[in-house]
Design a protein around this ligand. Structure first.
Ligand SMILES: N=CN[C@@H](CCC(=O)O)C(=O)O
Ligand SMILES: [Zn+2]
Length: 413
């Protein structure tokens, strides 16, 4: 049966299909229909228009939105949503003055998460991740990427990816899985782990079809450019395109190497030089900023304003993880991007919806109000507009979330 939503005060992010990722000045525009209607059929957006031209059909359920704004759900292209436990004790260490790297050296960090995850069963991990994902959808996320990387052994990395695949079966939104075995080294024998990654884990992941992308944390003290290169080379053989962590603390050549492998995205970029911006301009690789991480571990923000002013596209994601960004809330990411990166509300919104869909190759499915895309959308509370998303930081502006045209209910815990 068709559902028709009428008296939509503003229908936001309405775009024809077949357009491209938004770059530079294009990011400041969010096409909108004032006083609109929108019809949904079989879970997809089937048509929309101005209320001035609306004619009700008998075979449709009418839902009157009384002037509220409707916009597409967010797309979160970078998360570490599967983990065993929060790391709030590290948060307290940070308040007392320790930085991210010293916390890792003191037994915290990625290895702390790995020790906990290795001991936890697949079903317990799935249950915990499900609760987080339900909440993330309730906060407006309608498509998501989830990485492994807290396993750091063949068994635990496979377990993490199986959890992601179970979530993809259970949840009604598109979920992409990324293999991030190269998140840290589990012990001193780095070569042994490199061989395990390339010769054991990757073939097994491929044979079980557990991942869509391959990732690597290319950073001083983690993976060198040469090690990342070997990992991306191996990933290519198993049809896994790269989405990589680069330039979080230092620029060591990761961007250049990622572009050489035609990476889909380069994520973090808190440290970014003019020459690296120029390299990105000559490539199809998409820059992704993670303002929640900058906020939480108090590191510089990715120069998003500069990226856009250089004519590049920009994507923003949550980086949701227990260490450096324990929030999946993309409304907050919009606020942080506006206040700390100098993005207009329109630019931040495009970076978390329309452009973000490209960062997961889901541009034909989600990210805008377009005929034939999934009816994954948010109904705002009364009186809220596009500016409210960035402006009302930390305030819940969302009245309801629809996924595939169905009302999504938050879990009752
Ligand atoms: N930087 C590497 N990985 C995560 C942090 C992981 C952690 O601290 O557990 C990130 O993207 O910020
Ligand atoms: Zn990350």
């Amino acid at each position: 049966m068709t559902k028709t939503f009428i008296n939509i005060g503003r229908l936001i992010q309405v775009r024809e299909s077949g357009t491209n990722i938004l770059r530079g000045a294009m990011m400041a525009d969010v096409p909108t229909i004032e006083n609109a209607w929108m019809a949904v059929e079989n879970g997809l957006i089937s048509s929309y228009g101005s209320m001035d031209d609306f004619a009700a059909s008998a075979a449709t359920e009418i839902i009157d939105l009384n002037g509220r704004m409707v916009c597409p759900t967010f797309v979160d292209s970078h998360t570490h949503l599967v983990f065993a436990e929060d790391r709030d004790e590290e948060f307290v260490m940070k308040i007392k003055g320790m930085d991210y790297q010293s916390i890792a050296e003191a037994g915290g960090g990625i290895l702390n998460s790995a020790r906990k995850l290795q001991k936890m069963s697949l079903s317990e991990l799935t249950e915990r991740a499900s609760l987080r994902l339900q909440e993330a959808i309730g906060s407006g996320t309608g498509a998501i990427e989830i990485k492994s990387g807290y396993g750091l052994s063949m068994e635990a990395e496979i377990k993490m990816l199986q959890v992601v695949n179970q979530l993809a079966q259970q949840f009604p939104i598109p979920i992409k899985a990324t293999f991030l075995g190269a998140h840290a080294f589990p012990d001193k024998d780095k070569e042994k782990y490199m061989s395990s990654l390339i010769q054991e884990m990757l073939p097994e992941i491929y044979s079980q079809q557990l991942a869509d992308y391959i990732d690597c944390f290319c950073e001083e003290g983690y993976y060198t450019v040469e090690q990342m290169s070997r990992i991306l080379e191996a990933g290519e053989k198993f049809d896994l395109r790269a989405k990589v962590h680069v330039n979080q603390f230092n620029s060591i050549g990761g961007i250049e190497k990622a572009i050489e492998y035609n990476a889909l995205t380069v994520d973090h970029l808190e440290v970014l030089s003019e020459s690296e911006i120029n390299l990105l301009k000559d490539s199809d690789t998409i820059p992704v900023a993670l303002p929640g991480c900058s906020f939480f571990i108090r590191i510089p923000y990715t120069p998003g304003r500069k990226i856009i002013d250089s004519g590049l596209p920009l994507v923003i994601a949550s980086d949701f993880n227990p260490g450096s960004a324990p929030s999946f809330n993309l409304s907050l990411a919009n606020s942080l991007a506006a206040v700390n990166m100098g993005l207009l509300p329109e630019e931040a919104f495009n970076a978390t919806t329309y452009n973000a869909a490209y960062a997961l190759e889901l541009e034909n499915e989600v990210g805008s109000i377009t005929e034939g895309k999934r009816a994954n959308f948010i109904v705002a509370k009364a009186g809220k507009n596009l500016n409210s998303i960035s402006y009302n930081f930390g305030v819940d502006w969302i009245d309801r979330v629809y996924i595939n045209g169905e009302l999504f209910s938050k879990p009752t815990i």
